[in-house]
Design a protein around this ligand. Structure first.
Ligand SMILES: C[S@@+](CC[C@H](N)C(=O)[O-])C[C@H]1O[C@@H](n2cnc3c(N)ncnc32)[C@H](O)[C@@H]1O
Length: 237
């Protein structure tokens, strides 16, 4: 049996800090540019009112935060992440895009989000929740930060259900992606950790039940691109 991936904060933050310089490039190359479309779908699924305040947890290099302020007039985002190097790159991108006034980036752990109770109209997480050691605790923290009725959108990798596509994708995800990831990032394990962490993440129906059990209602899970990615949307009770 394969050992479960090490999800201690030091291991995860250290890994993302190490791959940060190549993170965006590899995201776009390895997803053939689909990652941008997936983030746009997550923002649109929230149907945010103009001027909404959104928390983007596990914001990384800030792409979802940037997509949010570009797609929702007047919206502002607080991006939270515990990897300093990812945040440094996010800050540079936000500044270069002239979005400093609308995106604030803070260092913090999903287990203790440094934002007050009932502050945000919505929360987002893209490709972050499977890295969190205790997802239930992070979801409870998100529920705390959201106003009642606040909306949540989560993007996470899944596994395609159509048999032929599933086989092809599984080969790509288990063999090709770690190889390209290792060559480009020069990190020995980060892109092997990716399929390993997706393999141990609960399937969509089970993760939907976890979301519902941590203070959310109207939980919906929908596949994007044959189920390579799932978009979960919910409302804080
Ligand atoms: C795969 S990246 C996703 C980044 C970004 N959301 C995107 O769409 O590209 C995952 C990010 O989650 C962050 N992360 C993982 N666990 C975390 C935790 N417990 N608290 C805060 N950030 C965390 C990592 O540092 C990393 O930047």
């Amino acid at each position: 049996m394969t050992a479960p991936p090490d999800k201690t904060p030091a291991a995860i933050a250290g890994m993302f800090d190490a791959i940060a310089p190549r993170y965006d490039l590899l995201n776009h190359v390895l997803s053939a540019g689909l990652d941008r479309r997936w983030r746009d779908r997550a923002v649109d699924a929230l149907s945010l009112p103009d001027g909404a305040l959104v928390m983007d947890l596990c914001t990384g290099t800030g792409d979802l935060a940037i997509a949010t302020v570009r797609r929702v007039p007047g919206a502002s985002v607080v991006g939270v992440d515990f990897a300093g190097e990812m945040l440094r790159l996010a800050r540079a991108k936000v500044r270069a895009a002239g979005l400093d006034g609308r995106i604030r980036l803070v260092r913090g752990d999903a287990a203790r989000i440094p934002i007050g109770d009932a502050t945000c109209a919505a929360a987002t997480i893209a490709f972050g929740i499977r890295n969190v050691a205790e997802p239930e605790r992070a979801l409870a923290e998100i529920a705390r930060v959201l106003k009642p009725g606040g909306r949540l959108a989560i993007l996470e990798f899944g596994q395609p259900r159509i048999p032929g596509i599933r086989t092809l994708y599984s080969w790509y995800f288990r063999y090709m992606l770690p190889l390209v990831g290792r060559l480009v990032s020069k990190h020995q394990s980060a892109y092997s950790y990716l399929p390993a962490s997706v393999g141990t993440f609960p399937p969509p129906a089970e993760f939907s039940r976890i979301i519902a059990a941590t203070g959310f209602s109207q939980v919906r899970a929908g596949p994007l691109t044959f189920g390579i990615v799932y978009l979960f949307v919910a409302e804080r009770r």
